[in-house]
Design a protein around this ligand. Structure first.
Ligand code: PAP
Length: 326
């Protein structure tokens, strides 16, 4: 139980974060519900930033934790469902798994928001936590504890198209006028997007994965689509929950891949009609906003050849010399 003094100190700390955030450069050309602030090179919403600053002060990672990291719209929910189903495979079966009635985002809490759910999950033996924060924002204890980090990224063009639809869908549900696609394109290109510049987010984790390959697994959405079973086995091994040869013979990895497939999850009632709340419940969303197409290369339906070329050049320029291609 939190004592009165601890609560008072916590409130003072939160107030000091708010005051600091209010001094940062801000911007809202995307038309979000709240302004975005530029902090240490990245654009971030005040609620995520406040959560990040709290986590940096208070979060104590354990060596057994597994932190799922991503920018927006790169496959977070999918990675959450795959890792959750893998870790809980002996506690639940196909007909009892919480994934049948819970949005994937809600089975793995966010570091920035939900410490209490994380503690509850830990008691159930589920050491999974997710974050959209850039690598340089991670609490020191995540790096020092040597816990496992899995990062998922995606072709910037598909990431942008997915993000655009996410934000436009969100605006429509609030009866607000969404930004035009070409305007959003320019902003993303300039690095002004949630948790952007996108390329810098990816590069932070990429460089860390080169330094600590045993602690940080770097995944691409496209590779996961290409051979989900193969990558699921690698993920399970990396997390310390490898599939035994008996489980492999029984087709356990294939069953998990099927359970977590776009077609299966997007067809579940909870994901078609349910609602999700982010950060103290002040940001409510329809669950179906997390399931759009789940395809590689959908950018071809939205970007002109010229836009795609500009994007690719930007990607090459940003990733030049890193050894990474997207
Ligand atoms: P978030 O940032 O809002 O959390 P995130 O889960 O990272 O979103 O990514 C959403 C993308 O993953 C969507 O891509 P799209 O817009 O191009 O369609 C979503 O459709 C896709 N997605 C969600 N679930 C799955 C899944 N089970 N398999 C593959 N892709 C999925």
């Amino acid at each position: 139980m939190e004592s009165h003094l601890e609560k008072q100190n916590g409130d003072v700390l939160q107030q000091s974060f708010k005051e600091m955030i209010s001094t940062l450069p801000k911007e809202n050309r995307w038309g979000f519900l709240e302004d975005y602030y530029q902090y240490q090179g990245f654009w971030i919403s005040p609620s995520f930033l406040q959560g990040a600053l709290s986590a940096q002060q208070q979060f104590q990672a354990q060596p057994t934790d597994v932190i799922l990291c991503s920018s927006l719209r790169t496959g977070t929910g999918w990675l959450k469902s795959l890792t959750f189903a893998t870790i809980t495979r002996t506690s639940y079966n196909d007909s009892t798994t919480p994934l049948l009635h819970t949005l994937p985002h809600d089975v793995v809490p966010f570091l920035e928001f939900d410490h209490s759910q994380f503690s509850a999950n830990l008691h159930l033996g589920i050491p999974l936590l997710a974050t959209h924060l850039p690598y340089s924002f991670l609490p020191r204890s995540i790096i020092d504890s040597g816990c496992k980090i899995i990062y998922i990224c995606r072709d910037p063009k598909d990431t942008f198209v997915s993000l655009y639809h996410f934000i436009a869908g969100h605006c429509k549900s609030k009866n607000a006028q969404p930004i035009q696609l070409d305007e959003a394109f320019e902003l993303f290109y300039e690095g002004v997007s949630p948790f952007g510049p996108y390329w810098d987010h990816v590069l932070g984790y990429w460089k860390a994965s080169l330094e600590h390959p045993d602690k940080l697994m770097f995944l691409k959405y496209e590779e996961l689509v290409e051979d989900t079973v193969l990558y699921l086995k690698k993920i399970a091994e990396f997390m310390g929950y490898p599939f035994s040869s008996e489980e492999q013979q029984q087709g356990v990895p294939e069953n998990i891949v099927q359970l977590c497939s776009f077609d299966n999850l997007s067809g579940l009632e909870v994901n078609k009609t349910g609602k999700h709340c982010e950060g103290q419940g002040n940001l409510e969303m329809e669950n179906n906003i997390f399931f759009r197409k789940g395809k590689v290369g959908d950018w071809k339906n939205y970007l002109t050849t010229e836009m795609a070329q500009r994007f690719d050049q930007r990607t090459m320029q940003k990733l030049s010399g890193s050894g990474l291609s997207l």
